[in-house]
Design a protein around this ligand. Sequence first.
Ligand SMILES: [Zn+2]
Length: 76
Amino acid sequence: MQCPECGATHIRKNGRRKGKQNHICVTCGRQFIDAYDPHRGYSDAVRRECLKMYVNGSGFRAIERVKGVHHTTVIT
Ligand SMILES: [Zn+2]
């Protein structure tokens, strides 16, 4: 987790907005939401498992059900 404003990694949780985790940068005070960069939202391990399921014939919606990863995210 990194501040989109100043790049600092000293981040604090700042409650939830519209169901998403809100964060605040301790260094510059910038507030931002978890999904600032959706392409980095999941770890390599989770991505690899999703890809493996897809290769094995699971549909995107099945992966979504099992992994809790939204199917549009799986596609990207
Ligand atoms: Zn900052």
